[in-house]
Design a protein around this ligand. Sequence first.
Ligand SMILES: [Zn+2]
Ligand SMILES: [Zn+2]
Length: 378
Amino acid sequence: MGKSRKHKFLFVLLALFLLYGFWLGCNLLRFKTYGDSSLPASSREIKGAYHIHSLFSDGRKSIDEIAKLAARRSVDFIILTDHGHPNVESLAEQGWKQGVLVLAGSELSVSRGHLVGLGFDVPSRPFSQNAEDAVSEIQSAGGFSIIAHPYSKVSWTWGEFIDYSGIEIINANTFLKKNFLGMIPYLPAFLIKPKYALLRMLKSPERNLRKWDELNLIHPIYGYFGVDAHLLYGPLLDFLHLHLLLPEPLAEDFGKAKDQILTALRKGRFYNAIDAAAQAKGFRFWAEAGQRRIPMGGVSRLLSPLSIHVRATFPFSKEICLIRNGKRILHSREDNLVYEAKEAGIYRVEVYLKQRSPLAEDIPWILSNPIFIRKENP
Ligand SMILES: [Zn+2]
Ligand SMILES: [Zn+2]
């Protein structure tokens, strides 16, 4: 290569590099999380990160280190899910740490894929490798099961529906691995504004949502956003949250507080949110039939009148979508939505952010759990 051609080549390379730096810099400067995380939510709404691995399986930090990071990020609780049948070491570490409630279940590798068991007592012998047997053993030990990342890493093979309590709709670790090539231009962002890079990494969870709607027609099952953290704990603890609505403020006593959280999860009294894009606290979804209020996760007979309510009072623009049996029936950019339900069905809500955001437009920023309206008495 001649000297002048070499210079030209280096000049083009430098120009491209500067252009790239300018493009990324502008994007990072413009990025902000909407809403104010320091504003207290109601004492009955708490938020936490679910699906976390520690040194007790393939995670990179100890539980104490993870709890310390969580305490700096205004999460009320974290749920560890170390691999094991169950992972006894991880379960033994539960308690209040650094002001954060640390709960643990286990992620089991079973015949159909990965299954998260929560809320069980340590069994006298290991849980089965067979999916159906493991679900019933977890249940006999007082717990409940969630299908983890059904379409990635280890895909779930679907058999007859058994008593699963939940299914993961978003699993952050999955996207991190799947979209690694597409993420290369954003890699420097992980050092400067990791939340921006994580938001860019997400893709629409459409396939999981369709399957969830299909399963709900057979049996109530609740949707979860999980971080599946093995590293990048700080940014991931800030990224996706379960927002639980409790009948009473969280107890100080560990045993009571643990019960409150597990009960809310068992009953579907929670919604999911990508809080890194915008703070979702304050979102509400419920139904009213006369004097009766039916909460998220609740079941009711179709009464007349029966109204469905959504409250999404946020100081930025968003779109509420009301969904019945998997189909969008209504959308609104207002803060409140009221719908007179004349038909039975499985009603749930997705909220999309309509402000400039690295979160793609086809990813629900908030995902509620359903309210089940039956023709007959439940
Ligand atoms: Zn897994
Ligand atoms: Zn996992």
